[in-house]
Design a protein around this ligand. Sequence first.
Ligand code: NDP
Ligand code: 8X3
Length: 248
Amino acid sequence: MPTMLITGATAGIGEAAAEKFAAAGYRLILTGRRRGRLDALAARLPAETLALCFDVRDPEAVRAALDSLPAEWQQVDLLLNNAGLAAGLSPIHEGLLSDWEQMIDTNLKGLLYLTRAIAPQMVARRSGHIINIGSIAGKEAYLNGNVYCATKHAVDALTRCMRMDLVPYGIKVSNVAPGMVETEFSQVRFKGDTARAGKVYEGLQPLTAADIADVIYFVATCPPHVTINDILVMPTAQASVAVVHRQP
Ligand code: NDP
Ligand code: 8X3
């Protein structure tokens, strides 16, 4: 069975992907910063699992974690670059530098560190698949979205460039770009302000993390000659990033 490495498996889309792929028999390397959640997830999944606790923003921690893999876990067939966040929602002249750094370091540099560490073994084997979690925020800009949108536009561009670099080696590179998904995302963006986070999904049925896990699974299991380059998945009530039909 293939081995999959998921960044950000402790919550939301990453956790749902772990459940989906575990049920399909994949071997899973689960990663994130919250050790307790990683261990609990690893224990409850019906699959062979290995938990690695590290921060994707730290290139040395990424390297050390991957170097620590036992020989039988070293081959990663599917890399899901999912770890990411939005921090804050402010106009550009008011944003916090610390929020900007966290988003750029996680969404962009973290994805690069994981890719740089794992892609060489895929190149050597001439097979593998990298799925990056982009966003509607990587397709469209929105008010006060500035740095988050910039990181997701960068993921979108990187995915296309990675595909060009890796196509001679038969490696698939895909972008899965969701619209609104109800996870811990808004809690994190609004730093624990539950009331504000709840308003994001008021009056509409958002996507669930399981909906996105289903799409990731479809993308990952196409026949070898078929690659889904890019897929934008929206709640039915969300026509574009800012056009959302809410019931009173
Ligand atoms: P959650 O907040 O529910 O999950 C985020 C995951 O990322 C957690 O497992 C978290 O783990 C991990 N993570 C965050 N920072 C780091 C870090 N520095 N190092 C390692 N892991 C980290 O959000 P979602 O599941 O919604 O988000 C997953 C991805 O989907 C993100 O890239 C997000 O931008 C994207 N997305 C989300 C949408 C939405 O509406 N929810 C829509 C479009 C895209 P831990 O805290 O344990 O480290
Ligand atoms: C998350 C979706 O619209 O909140 O990437 O930016 S949005």
